[in-house]
Design a protein around this ligand. Structure first.
Ligand SMILES: NC(=O)c1ccc[n+]([C@@H]2O[C@H](COP(=O)([O-])OP(=O)(O)OC[C@H]3O[C@@H](n4cnc5c(N)ncnc54)[C@H](OP(=O)(O)O)[C@@H]3O)[C@@H](O)[C@H]2O)c1
Length: 330
């Protein structure tokens, strides 16, 4: 299953295999370790194998990012897979990458006196991945290096798209004011995609973001779709309902959650190191779920607030979001 990306009409598979979260923490050592010159270049054989496994299983959409340090792993996995399967071509796959300011071990100042922005990031990244182009390139957050404005960063994104190095361009973890800033840079090149945290406990990463994207023709990708059964498993009210629905439809609770995400017309970015879970995720398309049950998940999920990724500028919206939803959990 796929959706059409606004403006280009390129097809994006609605389930993506992510190489961030657990993979980046494994590669860097822990959740708080900074990027170093070494981990940017190294590959983790487990991630390379899992990338191949995800592709063998049927995933056609991979998600990486500069800050994850997983570009070379994804690149190697993709190239090995394509060698093993000459019948499958590069343009059968959809690969997303993201730009982020890096410090303290990597300088954002280039030898020519310029700031290392998206253009320098992707041209380096493509070499690391041994790829000619990326299907989607995102500004990972609004956090940019000193001296580089959001407008300038977006102009570099447009340049990458014009040169065909990034087939599609977008942003991640942006709220409405920041989205408006990039939309106003060039009306012919608005962001095509917004990637954000999306699950029943966080149905709007920032106020009205979902509605804004629908109205402005921006495709949403949701990461963390399994949050109610992973990080938030011990605190949210959804587990009994998810178990009940898993019994009713004879599927896993993770499949119920993926179905819920997809039912909102978003692309879901998940991940697993276990082949059986990858296979299970892809079977999300093989069953149907009643509209009433999806609404019930939304309703119960909306009674609990949970943000797993406190990315810069977003937690400032928490109190407003909780007030709008009338939830008071911390
Ligand atoms: N743009 C951003 O700022 C941003 C932020 C976060 C994430 N992302 C992207 O989104 C991807 C996915 O994020 P996520 O890891 O939060 O997604 P997720 O799909 O909500 O969670 C995946 C995690 O859940 C575990 N899992 C899978 N099936 C499970 C099950 N049935 N029961 C219990 N645990 C299960 C997996 O571990 P096992 O290996 O044990 O299966 C994995 O660690 C990332 O890798 C990254 O590419 C982007």
């Amino acid at each position: 299953m796929s959706l059409a990306i606004p403006r280009t009409g390129d097809k994006i598979p609605t389930l993506g295999f992510g190489s961030g979260t657990k993979w980046q923490w494994k590669k860097k050592g822990n959740e708080n370790t900074a990027v170093t010159a070494d981990n940017l270049l190294n590959t983790d054989p487990d991630l390379v194998n899992s990338t191949i496994e995800a592709l063998e299983t049927g995933f056609r959409h991979l998600d990486t990012a500069e800050i994850y340090t997983t570009r070379p792993d994804i690149g190697l996995g993709v190239n090995k897979f394509l060698q093993l399967h000459p019948e499958i071509k590069r343009n059968d796959l959809f690969i997303t990458d993201k730009y982020h300011a890096i410090s303290p071990h990597i300088s954002n100042e280039l030898p020519n006196g310029k700031i290392r922005g998206p253009y320098a990031s992707l041209t380096t990244g493509l070499k690391l991945m041994n790829l000619d182009y990326i299907d989607l390139f995102l500004l990972h957050t609004v956090d940019l290096p000193k001296g580089l404005s959001l407008e300038e960063a977006w102009k570099e994104m447009i340049q990458l798209q014009k040169e065909g190095l990034a087939k599609n361009i977008g942003v991640s973890n942006f709220d409405i004011p920041h989205l408006e800033t990039v939309i106003n840079v060039d009306k012919d090149y608005p962001p095509q995609v917004l990637q954000l945290e999306f699950h029943p406990y966080l149905q709007n990463q920032s106020p009205n973001i979902f509605k804004f994207c629908k109205e402005n023709n921006i495709l949403i990708e949701g990461y963390g779709p399994l949050m109610p059964i992973t990080k938030a498993k011990d605190e949210g009210p959804l587990i009994p309902l998810l178990n009940k629905l898993a019994d009713k439809y004879n599927v896993t609770t993770s499949k119920i959650l993926l179905k819920w995400s997809l039912s909102h017309g978003v692309v879901a970015i998940t991940t697993s190191s276990k082949k059986e879970r990858l296979i299970d995720s892809l079977q999300v398309y093989d069953f149907q779920i009643d509209e009433e049950d999806l609404k019930e998940i939304s309703k119960v999920g909306n009674t609990h607030f949970y943000r797993a990724f406190a990315i810069k500028t977003l937690p400032q919206w928490d109190e407003q979001l909780k007030t709008e939803r009338n939830v008071d959990n911390k």
